[in-house]
Write a protein that binds this ligand. Sequence first.
Ligand code: FE
Length: 342
Amino acid sequence: MRLLTLLLALAITSSSILAATPAATESVNLYSARKEALLRPLLDAFTEKTGTEVRIVAAFGGQLIQRMIAEGENSPADVLLTVDAGNLWRAADAGVLRPVDSEYLHSVIPSDYRDPDNRWFGLSLRARAVVYATDRVSLDSIAADLGGYIGLAAPVWEGRVAVRSSGNIYNQSLIAAVIANFGPERAEQWARGVVGNFARPPSGGDRDQIRAVAAGEADVAIVNSYYYALMLGSEESASISNTAIYFPTDDQMGTHVNVSGAGVAQHAPHPELALAFIEFLASPESQSLYALINNEYPVHPDVHPGGEVAKWKKFTPDDVPVVEFGKLNADAVRIADRAGWK
Ligand code: FE
């Protein structure tokens, strides 16, 4: 009797192991420009829901694209996750992403924030905003003297603008958006004007520009919104208490918004799982957390931002589709070069 019970128990155990095996070995390989620690809660939620594990290779976006090109048909990558539409466009242009047919992604992601050829999809939004010194610039004067991005070239801002190098994709995408709104000639004039207003030669990242404003080296800085939220929530918040965020807008151009996003790899070994993972990240249940991870705005129109970002004023996003940032990237780089934007 005892032996029978034991055998029965063994049989049940082994059959449940067998049943669990396919789920446990199924995994999707994520090439990610975002760090694993940040994504972990979402990856675990996906595994819990679907039984599919997510294995991560984390590196800079450009490195991941190079790696996918080098690996070719043997690439284990299922999904590429990276930031900036300029980078996603490059990945698609390099042929490492495949088009997918997803009614769901079409229904939850506004068309301005995804590839018209369905090779990548925006998952979160960030504004390239202005952080200004509240002790030297009033909100009235920033609205009147600056208004939109074009205002950054006005003589009133001479010696007062801090921004990182134009080698950075964030600035290339901003210049591309100015080209899309105002045409290449006006965009080049503008870039020359902005360079003429530099408080100092470009150096450091976006957070360094905010520090420069707080320290009085510059009065306005062009930065991605999430860096400001990150600093406000950090030990540094006291040292930047003399600053505020402003979202440039004028009659012609709204606030420049970019995306983080993902696409299914051209040679994905598990394309269905890859698509299921991207759909999961775009779903309302994931969107709040995905945006909150990096202090961004959800791309899903029905999901609201959280944390510091929720306290900010609403703004009108520019209406140029983000795919244009990729298409106009080469023109933007040429304009930056000619304008002397180092
Ligand atoms: Fe960044």
